[in-house]
Ligand binder design. Structure first.
Ligand SMILES: NC(=O)c1ccc[n+]([C@@H]2O[C@H](COP(=O)([O-])OP(=O)(O)OC[C@H]3O[C@@H](n4cnc5c(N)ncnc54)[C@H](OP(=O)(O)O)[C@@H]3O)[C@@H](O)[C@H]2O)c1
Length: 329
């Protein structure tokens, strides 16, 4: 048992007392007893000696739980999480649509300063304008992430304008699906250039600043297809996303001592323009059907990214896999 007043962050482990639980003879203590807030961890075998007392004082406990929740415990924790996004400078590639746009808008509402990179500057300008109109701050920078110097310029623009880079999100990517047998080598090249080399250029651009600051956070958008291969059709795309996973883990191993956090985000099917990068007609139809049946909104991924960023700096969320509930692989 833990006294929550002594350690407010433990509140996340507290079970709210409910009448149903209290009627159970095997229920374990999970709320308030003896006028004191206690924590019993899920799965613990500890049984409170005075459990019957909890039942008797249920109403009192519930009121106390609710008042402590609002007055003492949850607020400090919420503040910590919010502050870990507020005023952070977040650079994101591929911010002109889909996951990147949604993440930029979401993080801006949480107080982050956004530096948006992509090729379609007109779209970036509109998003940045929107963010500013809603009280946020955003800078739009035209960048082709397959060009190293342009990615370096993106980092420089963030530093020149805001003086720092706290988080760098390598999000830009394409997914032209086609069986290997079609030998669409140009598309293989384009995927490798953006999905792998673009991520490396992003890492190379962000690292020097983060090393100088002895801290930072690099978030790389991989895919469920980096975990499982789907073929025929997705072989090269899957390979590029598997590479992103390996790169991110290697980055973590090399730079954790420099307090650089790394996160792999592996989404399943998400509504965006991604499927439009497939030029093979049969593959395009198949992908379309799959997305119609499964795809979830892009803000599902924005929230996952925010979750990784908002953790205290000594906590590194290394990987998050987000699938539509109905997706089978
Ligand atoms: N949607 C999904 O189901 C899904 C699932 C797993 C992983 N992902 C990954 O999520 C990431 C974002 O994709 P999305 O689904 O949001 O697709 P999207 O809507 O097509 O967005 C892709 C973004 O990348 C940018 N981009 C493309 N080529 C670029 C280049 N050469 N330089 C700079 N930016 C470039 C695009 O902007 P411009 O065209 O303006 O440059 C766009 O902003 C990708 O890495 C993708 O592989 C998506």
């Amino acid at each position: 048992m833990t006294d929550v007043k002594a350690d407010p962050h433990r509140l996340r482990n507290i079970r709210k007392p409910t009448p149903k639980r209290h009627q159970s003879t095997i229920a374990r203590p999970h709320g308030l007893a003896h006028g004191r807030l206690v924590v019993c961890h899920q799965g613990d075998d500890v049984i409170d000696d005075n459990f019957s007392h909890v039942t008797e004082t249920f109403s009192h406990d519930l009121r106390l739980y609710q008042s402590l929740q609002s007055e003492v415990a949850l607020r400090p924790q919420g503040d910590i999480m919010t502050k870990n996004i507020e005023r952070k400078v977040v650079v994101i590639t591929g911010a002109s649509s889909g996951l990147g746009e949604s993440t930029a808008r979401h993080l801006a509402t949480r107080g982050a300063t956004m530096v948006l990179g992509a090729r379609r500057k007109d779209r970036l300008d509109l998003i940045a304008k929107d963010i500013r109109a809603n009280g946020g701050d955003a800078l739009a920078v035209e960048v082709d992430a397959t060009k190293r110097t342009q990615v370096e310029n993106l980092a420089k623009a963030a530093i020149d304008t805001y003086g720092k880079i706290d988080v760098w999100v390598n999000n830009a990517g394409i997914m032209p699906i086609a069986p290997l047998a079609q030998l669409r080598v140009d598309e293989w090249d384009r995927m490798i250039d953006l999905n792998i080399k673009g991520v490396l250029y992003g890492i190379a651009a962000a690292l020097p600043y983060m090393l100088k600051e002895n801290g930072g956070h690099i978030i790389n958008i991989a895919s469920v297809f980096g975990i499982k291969v789907f073929a025929p059709g997705g072989t090269v795309y899957c390979a590029t996303k598997a590479a992103v996973r390996s790169l991110t883990e290697g980055l973590r191993m090399e730079f954790h001592a420099n307090k650089i956090r790394t996160t792999i985000i592996s989404p399943g099917a998400v509504n965006s323009e991604l499927k439009e990068s497939t030029s093979d007609e049969a593959s395009s139809k198949a992908v379309d059907q799959l997305y119609k049946a499964w795809a979830i909104p892009a803000d599902s991924i924005a929230r996952a990214i925010a979750y990784a960023i908002e953790q205290p700096s000594d906590v590194d969320i290394n990987e998050i896999v987000v699938r539509p509930t109905v997706q089978d692989f």
